[in-house]
Write a protein that binds this ligand. Structure first.
Ligand SMILES: Nc1ncnc2c1ncn2[C@@H]1O[C@H](COP(=O)(O)OP(=O)(O)O)[C@@H](O)[C@H]1O
Ligand SMILES: [Mg+2]
Length: 232
């Protein structure tokens, strides 16, 4: 791990107006993630974990404060440049796999590179397919390339979602309770995969989890309590 910051939040606040009420979900959150670092975010349901991950990923904008990715303030970018930075730098895995049902595992995993290709035109279709097959093999789905999500088990779908998130070799993987819906054994496989790719690809990892054993395997743990973040 080197000491460069890849993602940071300064004095980040997010509140929602709900009729007459103003709900303060995050309060002055400071956080910094170093290149290749692995951090767990823990906290009770409703404490603001998903809201924080959305802000870190540029999917939502803070009420106050700054998110920087690779030294760039997300708020300084146009919507287009922000989604470009997101595509180039971040991978996302959610509790639900969000694979497209009409497409095979291979097609689902290829999509991020095909979309990126429209911008850069640097990768041939064949090169995209080779990369997708390779990462599907690495997540143990080399024998499921042409299956659609409905024909995969829960653990297989989630491993395909991890492959899709990592095919672009993102600097940071944001994972929001990625194994919340899996049995213990499938969950363990998905975690081991994320840790393996972290060490092989050098992807930093922010993992929201209820699993304290898993949180212990990260470099560091932070806890959100009523929207206030502190080291755990
Ligand atoms: N778009 C929204 N509008 C209003 N309230 C929201 C919105 N998104 C989240 N919240 C509220 O913010 C709080 C934290 O939600 P969330 O970040 O999803 O928590 P967690 O992921 O820790 O369970 C909850 O009380 C939730 O109702
Ligand atoms: Mg959540």
């Amino acid at each position: 791990m080197n000491n460069k910051e890849i993602l940071s939040c300064r004095q980040l606040s997010r509140s929602f107006e709900d009729g007459e009420n103003r709900v303060e979900v995050l309060r002055a959150v400071d956080f910094a993630l170093k290149t290749e670092e692995k951090v767990a975010i823990v906290g009770a349901s409703g404490s603001g974990k998903s809201t924080l991950l959305h802000l870190m990923g540029g999917l939502d904008s803070p009420t106050e404060g700054v998110v920087e990715i690779a030294g760039t303030d997300l708020a300084s970018l146009s919507e287009n440049r922000r989604s470009e930075l997101r595509n180039q730098t971040l991978g996302f895995v959610y509790q639900f796999h969000h694979l497209l049902p009409e497409f095979t595992a291979l097609e689902n995993v290829s999509l991020p590179l095909l979309i990126g290709r429209n911008r850069s035109q640097s990768l041939s279709r064949t090169a995209v397919e080779v990369a997708a097959v390779e990462i599907l093999q690495r997540v143990g789905l080399g024998h499921r390339l042409h299956h659609k999500p409905a024909a995969l088990s829960g653990g297989e779908r989630q491993r395909a979602a991890v492959a899709r998130a990592l095919i672009g070799k993102p600097a940071v993987l944001l994972a929001d309770e990625p194994t919340g819906n899996l049995d213990r054994e499938s969950a363990q496989q998905v975690y081991e995969l994320m840790l393996k790719l972290n060490s092989e690809v050098g992807t930093a990892l922010i993992l929201v989890t209820h699993d304290l054993d898993l949180a212990q395997q990260m470099d560091r743990r932070v806890v959100l309590i009523d929207g206030v973040l502190s080291e755990a």
